[in-house]
Design a protein around this ligand. Structure first.
Ligand code: NAP
Length: 253
């Protein structure tokens, strides 16, 4: 039995990619895990896999940018698994375009999932953390927060996640709650595969070109992020708060 045996973690966007890897890792660490995603079938499957491996998990379908769905999902997690005291705000989308071609819908959709979604999920979950006088929040930012061509919406959202994180750390610290952001570089998932497709290059060529520019000479994997999350939500990370950790195979500033 591990230190986190009785703790309940929520991972948004856990249907695939980074979120799915984070959910598997937290289950392996001993957390009961609620996998939340737009794609209900995927998270039900992911939860079943954790349960058949001896863990505790449920899969819940929701849109993180919808207040009522968020409130209902968090209440359901508390009823079925117990008070959620770990929250990983990972759900995300891209709607890339140069600014002169970007539509209002592309702007609103990206800000809505990343920023409004993280705000709604955190507001709904923090009460369980403050009651328990313990909590861990990890928000997914990105190296795109530093600026990336074709991503004014996404980079604004990911920079916003950093300010959101630091403010949560300040407000919730006295309740034993830490908040940190992980800013991944290139991670091989459907999201980066879609970018390759949009640019008209094969995913293998896209990854190989990216790897050449990364000091450790490879692209990242969802497990690279899951391992960092695992540390940040651990008991031992209680004095690490308000930080942005670039997990990008090299330095970023
Ligand atoms: P992904 O493979 O596209 O997975 C994102 C997941 O979020 C999908 O399962 C998606 O569901 C879900 N989702 C989207 N909108 C949602 C909503 N409104 N409510 C609930 N769930 C929603 O992406 P990923 O690469 O794993 O990325 C995970 C996070 O890391 C994102 O925040 C992303 O911005 C960030 N990130 C990724 C990279 C990278 O290189 N991959 C780099 C930096 C940061 P559907 O499939 O049903 O839409």
């Amino acid at each position: 039995m591990t230190e986190s045996h009785s703790r309940v973690a929520i991972v948004t966007g856990a249907g695939q990619g980074i979120g799915a890897a984070v959910a598997r890792k937290l289950a392996a660490d001993g957390f009961a895990v609620a996998l939340l995603d737009l794609n209900e079938a995927n998270v039900k499957q992911g939860a079943e896999a954790i349960v058949s491996g001896g863990g505790k998990a449920i899969g819940v379908g929701l849109d993180v940018s919808d207040t009522e769905q968020v409130e209902a999902a968090v209440t359901r997690v508390a009823e079925e698994l117990g008070a959620p005291t770990v929250l990983i705000n990972n759900a995300g989308i891209t709607r890339d375009n140069l600014i002169f071609k970007m539509t209002d819908q592309d702007w609103d959709a990206v800000l809505g999932v990343h920023l409004r979604g993280s705000f709604l999920m955190t507001r709904a979950t923090q009460k369980y953390m403050t009651q328990q006088k313990w909590g861990r929040i990890v928000n997914l930012s990105s190296t795109s927060a530093l600026g990336n061509r074709g991503q004014v919406n996404y980079s604004a959202a990911k920079a916003g996640m950093q300010g959101f994180t630091k403010t949560l750390a300040i407000e919730l610290g006295k309740f034993g709650v830490t908040a940190n952001a992980i800013a991944p570089g290139f991670i091989a998932t459907d999201m980066t595969a879609a970018t390759a497709e949009r640019l008209g290059v094969s995913f293998d060529d896209f990854k190989a070109a990216a790897a050449k520019e990364i000091p450790v000479q490879r692209v990242g994997t969802p497990d690279d992020i899951a391992n960092t999350v695992s540390f940040l939500v651990s008991e031992g990370a209680g004095f690490v708060s308000g930080q942005v950790i670039y997990v990008a195979g090299g330095p970023k500033d």
